[in-house]
Design a protein around this ligand. Structure first.
Ligand code: GLV
Ligand code: GLV
Length: 322
């Protein structure tokens, strides 16, 4: 029987089928599988089902000559050296589609929360500051209007389009930048510079790759419309966090809604942590119980196909099947 490592207990029923065709080793915690333990647990395995928190680099692949496939329970695969896997003929599976609407909801939640200062207002009420001496007034917690504003979507893939639909429902004008030409009703494609200069809200929906690492760097942040809001539910590495924090504290940008960070979990010295006008969530874009079951089912389905000697249904490097 093939040996399979699953780096975390996964929800849903489909994952249970893996034990019928392979010798399954599930990391039971506590917590995440540490990198050193990953290398130990993976010894001799032919298959790996992992999470976005597991780093699969070239050195690890070199030390695992028996490894035949990787199935990640995530849509993003920036935690895996895909080029190195491809060179070794190892297919890498991921979970597109099922998390699109869920992640778009989280994105829009952050956009609204940042525009209307919801997290800051929640802290204000909760800490007992809402008192007669701090009473309701015409300029009390005033924010920024969403209806009539322009949203710039960086990356018009499935999630970007789902965010565009929400924005249209909220009466926003939508522009987008995308690497290739795509035709989405009601969305005008513009170049990135135009998008940054014109948008009142900018939301990021590209994958993190060598091309998009720090795509939103200091220069591009400086090119954003004064008083704009940045939302990021894609990957932290796409944005220069120091430059973003500076623009927010200088008042060049109005606010930000951030779900993903350069280092996760965030460390105390992350400058975004200390700004009142940033709404922060801990990488929960796809976090609904139902979506996590569907992601686990897809990850299990990719692994079941690989174990059966078939092509994975959702593979990021199908060229390995030549
Ligand atoms: C979440 O960030 C994912 O890549 O699935
Ligand atoms: C706000 O609550 C209003 O009544 O205008």
């Amino acid at each position: 029987m093939e040996k399979l490592l699953i780096t975390h207990q996964l929800p849903g029923e489909r994952v249970k089928q893996l034990a019928q065709t392979s010798d399954v080793n599930v990391w039971m915690g506590p917590g995440l599988l540490p990198a050193q333990a990953l290398a130990e647990e993976l010894q001799g395995s032919t298959g790996l089902v992992c999470l976005l928190t597991d780093r699969i680099d070239e050195a690890l692949l070199d030390s695992m000559p028996a490894l035949k496939f990787i199935s990640s329970m995530s849509v993003g695969v920036d935690h895996i050296d895909v080029a190195a896997a491809t060179q070794r003929g190892i297919p890498v599976g991921h979970t597109p589609g099922v998390l699109v609407e869920t992640t778009a909801d989280a994105t829009f939640g952050l956009l609204l929360a940042a525009a209307r200062r919801m997290a800051e207002a929640d802290r204000f009420v909760r800490q007992g500051s809402w008192r007669a001496e701090n009473a309701w007034s015409p300029d009390f917690f005033t924010g920024k209007d969403v209806a009539g504003a322009t949203l710039g979507i960086v990356g018009l893939g499935d999630i970007g389009r789902a965010v565009a639909r929400r924005a249209q429902g909220f009466g926003m004008d939508v522009v987008a930048w995308n690497r290739s030409a795509v035709d989405v009703p009601g969305v005008s494609l513009v170049d990135l510079g135009t998008l940054l200069g014109r948008s009142d809200f900018v939301s990021i929906h590209v994958a993190l790759t060598a091309d998009t690492a720090e795509l939103i760097n200091a220069e591009r942040i400086a090119a954003m419309k004064p008083g704009a809001v940045l939302v990021n539910t894609a990957r932290g590495g796409i944005v220069d966090e120091q430059a973003l924090a500076q623009a927010l504290s200088a008042g060049d940008l109005y606010a930000a809604g951030i779900d993903v960070f350069g280092r996760e979990p965030v460390e105390d010295d992350n400058p975004l942590l200390h700004l009142p006008n940033v709404v922060l969530t801990p990488h929960i874009g796809s976090a609904t119980a139902q979506t996590r079951i569907e992601m686990a089912d897809l990850a299990a389905g990719n692994a079941l196909a690989a174990l059966a000697g078939e092509a994975m249904p959702h593979c990021v490097n199908p060229e390995v099947y030549g």
